[in-house]
Design a protein around this ligand. Structure first.
Ligand code: C2E
Ligand code: MG
Ligand code: MG
Ligand code: MG
Length: 289
């Protein structure tokens, strides 16, 4: 009996593996044609000044809607795009599209001076054409470089520290800002913080989500804010889901807040509506009835 249970188990696992391999292959086939098929779009999530609660900027977040597979979260397809090298064309589409949208908002007078954050992946940072590509996007779209912020993770910088350092310096020379995303999860050494020209730290949402119930998470959040400020960096908390957390972060001196408490990632149309009602002047304008 034990033997047959073992056999069933083995069959179960191999079927499971087959399914996973098949699902991955299907996703890869679909991902290869997604850009040409126009299946990608961008959402934008506002981040707010912690004290004034005015919008400071927004983060572009990639969305993939495939007719066969439906909505696939970036946590699933970004790693696959990285493994297959597809992240380079996809990532440059994101940069161009995000800057285009931003300048369209700017022309409508909706986001004067607001920052646009774009996530970069390791493969993009490693791409020798990145700096030239970005410079071209800035030129073509008219995006002011100081309003564009690139989000990198710690592991990006530590994969190949010397070449990453040179690349980050070249990006900074274009005038863009650099943020470290998911700070606190990637690497155990902080020495890179003094070698890279960084503007902002984004505390990883796992610490923020836990900080009201878990003393260790709260201590880490507090330490990151202190460290960032000592180094002259702005500190952003992401994953702020409720007002109690927002208030605690503000009391700890966190500079900016991003999370469902204020806004989910929005479509461009929703962002336009958001900016019309919570524009850079901060006061919630009253809708005429
Ligand atoms: P990230 O850059 O750390 O983005 C923050 C993620 O947290 C987003 O997930 C966002 O929707 C989610 N989030 C925002 N507020 C809250 C909150 O209050 N609570 C919780 N639980 N979550 C919140 P999303 O959009 O699924 O993206 C996941 C990750 O995929 C991103 O993490 C980023 O690493 C990657 N990604 C997304 N778009 C791009 C892109 O265009 N290029 C690259 N290379 N990576 C991207
Ligand atoms: Mg990010
Ligand atoms: Mg993050
Ligand atoms: Mg992340």
């Amino acid at each position: 009996e034990a033997k047959s249970a073992g056999r069933d188990m083995a069959r179960f696992f191999s079927q499971e593996t087959d399914h996973r391999v098949l699902a991955r292959q299907t996703m890869e086939v679909q991902l290869r044609q997604a850009l040409a098929a126009g299946e990608f779009s961008l959402h934008f999530q506002p981040r707010l000044n912690a004290r004034s609660r005015k919008i400071q900027g927004a983060e572009a977040l990639l969305r993939w809607n495939n007719p066969l597979l439906g909505h696939i979260p970036p946590a699933e397809f970004i790693p696959l795009a990285e493994e297959t090298g597809l992240i380079n064309p996809i990532g440059s589409w994101v940069l161009q599209q995000a800057c285009r949208h931003w300048m369209a908002l700017e022309q409508q007078g909706l986001c004067k001076g607001l920052a646009l954050s774009v996530n970069l992946s390791v493969a993009q940072l490693a791409n020798p054409e990145l700096v030239e590509q970005l410079s071209q996007v800035l030129h073509e779209t008219g995006m002011p470089p100081e309003q564009l912020e690139l989000e990198l993770t710690e592991s990006h910088l530590m994969d190949n520290p010397l070449s990453a350092q040179a690349r980050v310096a070249a990006l900074k020379e274009l005038g863009v800002q650099i943020a470290i995303d998911d700070f606190g999860t990637g690497y155990s050494s902080l020495s890179y913080l003094k070698r890279f020209e960084i503007d902002r730290l984004k505390i990883d949402q796992s610490f923020v989500l836990g900080m009201m119930d878990d003393a260790a998470d709260a201590a880490i959040v507090n330490a990151v804010i202190g460290l960032g400020h000592t180094l002259g960096l702005a500190v952003v908390a992401e994953g702020v889901e409720d007002l109690a957390t927002a208030q605690a972060l503000t009391a700890l001196g966190c500079d900016e807040l991003q999370g469902y408490c204020f806004s989910r990632p929005l479509t461009l149309a929703e962002l336009i509506n958001y900016l019309q009602h919570n524009g850079q002047h901060g006061e919630r304008r009253r809708l005429r009835s």
